[in-house]
Design a protein around this ligand. Structure first.
Ligand SMILES: [Zn+2]
Length: 276
């Protein structure tokens, strides 16, 4: 089992309905099947991460397949670069959309792989665990990941932040990390409605110490939203959409939205030598 105690870093052992370490720090399994590995004393706010409303908006939006090309591309690269990966991790997995699609894709190439999904938002993890019972989800911080050293073969990090020391620690030598961040033109049409001079997202590569930079790909397409619900969900999950006035929102809903999608996908390989 790859979980470690978030308080003392000792391995966690699964008991009857909880995980515990040798120091008797104990973490209960929720009835939905996930485990909360975020110690109360390390919580900065009562309910960290995306709130339930944002989570539901994103779940509904993703379910409609609007970002499926991204999921497909990530999965294709994962299978291509690390077909035999057994231990898979989705860093900042949210409600599990990309996690479960990655798991399905990897099962065809790797036998008996396991996927772990981590997010700080309890409502997102609860929803993920309820829906995808064959994956392993935990509430935890991406800055202190509750996984053993050198335990992960393949990780995806879609939009989430991370800490390079933690990535170096949990990723096995030679393992693969796929990161996704907004490309220059991402959501430009929407930003034009908000800012008088919208800035492009930065172009530069994400260079991570301790990892070799293998490849960069961009995925661009035009997203055409006409249904009120879809636009509503899109606006609710977009970080800067709260800057729109109610009137602007109504206008977008009435007129529909044609928006650029521009994802930057980068592949990093953990260096073979562990002497950092
Ligand atoms: Zn402990």
């Amino acid at each position: 089992m790859p979980y470690i105690c978030p308080i003392c870093s000792a391995p966690l052992i699964l008991g009857d309905k909880s995980w515990a370490c040798s120091q008797r720090h104990q973490f209960d399994c929720a009835k939905e099947g996930y485990v909360n590995l975020l110690p109360v004393q390390k919580k900065k706010t009562k309910d960290p991460g995306d709130n339930k409303e944002m989570m539901i908006a994103r779940r509904e939006f993703l379910n409609k397949g609007f970002y499926q090309p991204l999921s497909d591309k990530v999965n294709q690269l994962a299978v291509q670069h690390h077909p035999q990966a057994k231990m898979l991790l989705d860093i900042g997995c949210g409600e599990g959309y990309y996690s479960h699609r990655l798991f399905e894709a990897m099962q065809t190439s790797a036998e008996h792989c396991a996927l772990y999904g981590l997010d700080i938002s309890k409502s997102a993890i609860r929803s993920a665990a309820k829906r995808y019972s064959d994956l392993h989800f935990c509430v935890a911080s991406v800055f202190e990941m509750p996984f053993a050293d050198d335990s992960i073969d393949l990780a995806i990090r879609i939009y989430a932040p991370s800490k390079v020391e933690e990535l170096q620690r949990v990723m096995k030598p030679g393992s693969t990390l796929i990161t996704v961040s907004p490309g220059p033109m991402h959501h430009f049409a929407l930003k034009q409605k908000i800012y008088s001079q919208p800035r492009l997202h930065p172009q530069e590569s994400l260079l991570l110490e301790g990892f070799n930079y293998l490849k960069h790909e961009s995925l661009t397409y035009s997203l055409s939203l006409t249904q009120e619900d879809d636009i509503h969900h899109f606006l609710n999950m977009t970080p800067y959409a709260w800057k729109l006035s109610d009137m602007q929102k109504r206008q977008i809903i009435e007129q529909g939205l044609e928006c650029e999608i521009d994802f930057k996908i980068e592949i990093h390989q953990r260096e073979q030598s562990t002497a950092d």
